[in-house]
Ligand binder design. Structure first.
Ligand code: SF4
Length: 367
């Protein structure tokens, strides 16, 4: 990856800006980050070496533009056109522009932008639900060939599934905040967006834990050098079909604790076998019911991204369906929340057998 900072300095416009790393870094060297200036790298995409070859080549990877400012900052209006010219000239490079000012894109785009340029990805940052509701509809409406969304620092749980459903967002990235004043990032928020991405088949990157990371209700203070590696090691990034989630370490819940927890849940505890369910079980025999359970689990739960996930288990019609809702084995989201089995992976034989055992324990306790 290459970084191209044509100008430096910015203005805070959003909750995510509160502890902006550009401000933090500039303050540490006595510089005022609110003063916006062109940099010596302004012409970087066109700079050449002594042999007359471009310094930046495709081998350098994606070119991230404006990482110490915002490409659509109004103070940079007079400088931006030349940047577009350079981007147009370097069709061989992929430019990635991350912005909190997607609402300025329309007035800032070049005259010949048309329905977008193939070598430009625009990534809108959405640190909370409010900013997602404001910025993502704009991002989706604009003529852009490649759209991404990033939530970093992620400040709360965010639901973006309706925007992912459009199929227009190619990638989602989430991560916590770094620095001494970092706000906490809860792993549940990361998992929630990840599940939305899995359901919609959108690649997801868990980029960094941030400095204050909450997992299972416990707060961890993570050293700067470990924030990216720990997120990477967790296996919680998701690239469809790549098997990345197979590396996720997890522990199944204690069975007694699980059933106690389920009995305390208002929703789960309302499921019971009816007389006709008991009749059905008696008629078919418990071994047949077990084989039905194994079949449902294999077909409707075990795939990496089950069809219609979240809605694949009917509320009635078979005792196993009731057991699935009662035991939180009805979809991959519930399976992850209650049983800790990660979404986004193909369930192996052991995991499928465990689920069938849980379902049969519930059924047998009710006949
Ligand atoms: S938009 Fe980005 S660079 Fe600008 S102040 Fe906010 S966080 Fe910092």
């Amino acid at each position: 990856m290459a970084i191209w900072n044509p100008w430096h300095g910015c203005h805070k416009i959003s909750p995510g800006c509160a502890n902006c790393y550009v401000y933090r870094r500039d303050e540490s060297i006595g510089k005022d980050a609110s003063i916006v200036t062109k940099t010596g790298d302004y012409n970087l995409p066109l700079k050449k070496n002594r042999q007359g070859e471009y310094k930046l080549t495709r081998a350098d990877g994606v070119v991230f533009a404006c990482m110490t400012s915002d490409f659509f900052l109004d103070e940079a209006d007079e400088w931006r056109q030349s940047c577009w010219d350079m981007i147009r000239e370097r069709q061989d490079l992929d430019f990635h522009i991350i912005t909190k000012r997607i609402d300025r894109f329309d007035v800032c785009k070049p005259a010949d932008w048309g329905d977008g340029w193939d070598n430009v990805t625009i990534c809108s940052t959405c640190e909370n639900q409010d900013r997602a509701e404001y910025r993502l509809p704009i991002l989706l409406e604009l003529p852009i060939k490649h759209r991404e969304m990033i939530s970093e620092p992620m400040l709360e749980e965010i639901n973006i599934e309706k925007y992912l459903e459009t199929g227009l967002i190619e990638h989602v990235t989430c991560g916590g905040e770094s620095g001494s004043k970092a706000r906490p990032c809860d792993f549940r928020w990361i998992q929630e967006v990840r599940r939305q991405c899995i359901r919609q088949g959108v690649p997801f990157t868990f980029k960094q834990t941030g400095a204050v990371f909450i997992k299972d209700g416990k707060t961890y203070h993570i050293d700067r050098k470990d924030q990216i590696p720990q997120a990477h090691k967790s296996g919680y990034s998701y690239y469809p079909g790549m098997g990345t989630a197979d590396a996720i370490a997890y522990h199944l819940p204690d069975r007694k604790d699980l059933f106690e927890g389920l009995s305390r849940s208002k929703f789960r505890s309302r499921f019971h076998l009816s007389d006709s369910d008991r009749e059905y079980i008696k008629e078919k025999g418990i071994d047949t019911i077990r084989s039905h359970a194994a079949d449902f689990v294999q077909k409707r739960l075990a795939p990496e991204n089950p069809e219609n996930d979240g809605k694949q288990t009917p509320m009635k019609g078979h005792p196993v369906f009731l057991a699935q809702h009662a035991c939180a084995c009805c979809c991959r989201g519930c399976l992850e929340k209650w049983h800790h089995i990660p979404a986004g992976k193909v369930l192996n034989d052991e995991e499928q057998a465990y689920i069938v055992d849980v379902l049969m324990e519930w059924i047998q306790s009710g006949i």
